[in-house]
Design a protein around this ligand. Structure first.
Ligand SMILES: Nc1ncnc2c1ncn2[C@@H]1O[C@H](COP(=O)(O)OP(=O)(O)OP(=O)(O)O)[C@@H](O)[C@H]1O
Length: 123
């Protein structure tokens, strides 16, 4: 248990570190930029198609899910690269599992995108 006193300055500092992580993700991570582009395209399409409130909730939820999964995946990859710069079978399992989380989120996002957008675009 942490016995340190609550400090608003420490809380603000934590936010600063978190925003720095976000900046690193979008600047250094190629996947981060791909996801950002896809998210902006989905949001633009949502405005264009005037999707409903509940559809906005679905679209924004899956977009954030993909970002969360990719940020955690990226973080695990970086940690694994420090822990084991050389090939290690257990690192392979760790990295493949982290990548699987992104895959699951991306499949869900594609499914939600198809359910929301396809009827408005083609039907
Ligand atoms: N040190 C290692 N030991 C074992 N397997 C590894 C190791 N590094 C990478 N791998 C294997 O290679 C795959 C790709 O790893 P890598 O870290 O390059 O991820 P990536 O998704 O290609 O990353 P990036 O975000 O750089 O595109 C991993 O999922 C894992 O199977």
């Amino acid at each position: 248990m942490n016995n340190q006193q609550f400090s608003i300055i420490d809380r603000i500092r934590s936010f600063k570190y978190a925003f720095n992580g976000l900046k690193l993700f979008f600047i250094n991570d190629h996947n981060g930029r791909v996801h950002l582009f896809a998210a902006l395209a989905a949001i633009a399409l949502s405005f264009y198609l005037k999707i409903s409130r509940i559809e906005w909730i679905a679209v924004l939820s899956v977009i954030s899910m993909v970002f969360v999964a990719e940020i955690i995946n990226s973080s695990i990859e970086k940690l694994a690269d420090v822990v084991s710069p050389d090939y290690h079978p257990k690192i392979k399992v760790v990295k493949d599992l982290a990548a699987a989380a992104v895959l699951v989120a991306a499949i869900l996002a594609a499914a939600v995108g198809a359910i929301v957008f396809i009827p408005k675009l083609f039907l």
